[in-house]
Design a protein around this ligand. Structure first.
Ligand SMILES: Cc1ncc(C[n+]2csc(CCOP(=O)(O)OP(=O)(O)O)c2C)c(N)n1
Ligand SMILES: [Mg+2]
Length: 380
């Protein structure tokens, strides 16, 4: 039968269950509010009910407090039994305690006969302490739920990455908030971590220097060209690139100074973007020199915006690195077990019937000059 008291007890039990599962603790505010409700229920029954309630509360507290001191139960358990006692008196506490013991016994029994289930419970409990090892999945699941309510943020829209805390928000606003928060908290990188980053950076800088250094001027590598162009550019100038082997090499070897000095179309890595994109970059800020780094393959795909740049009177500096074809794709092709085929700019050999004749000597400087550009050929 529904009485005020039973409704109160059910609501209290639901609240405790919710807080315990969600936050693993029962907040004091909730306990105090419930205690006030329990006391009101007792007081409504007159002085004797009030006395019974207070006795129930004391008994509830006394029964579990030693177990709390022995770390067998949590503080929330003690407080909850005290509130139940307040609302129900001595008999209610005894009943709640008996039910609790039986339920605990059943759980213990289940954990003994189903050890893998027990393992999962332990993993869940450990998830916040040790997010890796066996608790990894649980931690990830909690992360997935964290921002999206009970159903998470949705299939395929997870925000967690290995070893990271998920955070959803507008990237710029979130970074600002993090920066302010870190400054307010006076957060500092651990000294050992900073030292490690510094030594790795020094190691990397030395590697870049040696890879960029020209050893055989008559046979420049792409890395050499990147180094030479980088040295020739000013700190505010912009390098533009999109496809081929160059973006990967630029990422490793170019040293940008200005935040706007490095413009890569590496979302789609679309061949042909380079010169047209470089013109756009130049028009966006004519005060900067723009260095378009482009492979011969990409140049062949789209170079006619040279004419547009002349039309618009916008100077762009185009550096074509000619290696006779789609060499990065040829590398991929051969690294997956295929013989070299169709990726180099070669004549078809009538004897073999395939494109394995001599390289086609393409005069890119002449091509650009014929379009009206000032063209310089670097013989290497
Ligand atoms: C429009 C377009 N088609 C095809 C590709 C695939 N693709 C990526 S790099 C590349 C070859 C680029 O040749 P090149 O510009 O000479 O650079 P290299 O590989 O020689 O460094 C190809 C075909 C692409 N990225 N974009
Ligand atoms: Mg090429």
């Amino acid at each position: 039968m529904w009485t005020l008291r039973s409704i109160f007890l059910w609501m209290f039990a639901a609240g405790v269950t919710y807080y315990d599962l969600r936050y693993r603790k029962v907040p004091n505010r909730f306990v105090l509010l419930s205690a006030a409700g329990g006391f009101a229920l007792a007081a409504a029954g007159g002085w004797s009910a009030c006395r019974a309630g207070l006795c129930g509360m004391l008994l509830g507290f006394a029964l579990l407090f030693p177990a709390f001191l022995l770390r067998m139960v949590g503080g929330g358990d003690v407080k909850s039994l005290a509130v139940i006692g307040l609302a129900t008196g001595l008999g209610g506490v005894a009943l709640a305690m008996a039910v609790g013991i039986v339920a605990g016994g059943v759980v213990l029994l289940l954990m003994t006969v189903l050890p893998h289930a027990a393992q999962r419970v332990n993993d869940y409990r450990a998830a916040l302490v040790d997010p890796f090892q066996a608790s990894y999945q649980v931690r990830q699941a909690l992360g997935a739920l964290a921002q999206g309510g009970l159903f998470g943020v949705g299939l395929g829209q997870g925000v967690q990455k290995f070893g990271a805390l998920p955070l959803v928000g507008d990237a710029r606003a979130t970074l600002d908030a993090l920066r302010e928060g870190a400054a307010a908290a006076k957060a500092r990188t651990a000294a050992e971590y900073g030292d490690r980053v510094e030594s790795l950076k020094a190691e990397w800088d030395a590697a870049v220097d040696s890879i960029r250094a020209v050893e055989t001027p008559e046979n420049l590598t792409q890395a050499n060209v990147i180094g030479i162009v980088n040295e020739a550019s000013g700190p505010r100038d912009v390098v533009v690139c999109a496809a081929g082997g160059m973006p990967g090499d630029l990422l490793k070897l170019w040293r940008p100074v200005d935040p706007k000095g490095y413009h890569m179309e590496y979302g789609f890595s679309c061949m042909g973007y380079e010169i047209a994109g470089g013109l756009g970059v130049k028009m966006a800020d004519p005060s900067r020199d723009v260095f378009v780094m482009v492979g011969d393959g990409s140049y062949l795909m789209l170079h006619t915006e040279i004419v547009t740049s002349l039309e618009e009177g916008q100077k762009i500096i185009i550096v074509v690195v000619d290696n006779s074809g789609y060499q990065c794709i040829r590398n991929l092709q051969m690294s997956t077990g295929s013989p070299s085929y169709g990726n180099e700019l070669r004549y078809r050999d009538p004897k073999t019937g395939i494109l394995d004749g001599p390289y086609i000597p393409i005069d890119f400087a002449a091509n650009a000059a014929r379009l009206g550009a000032v063209a310089i050929r670097a013989e290497t």
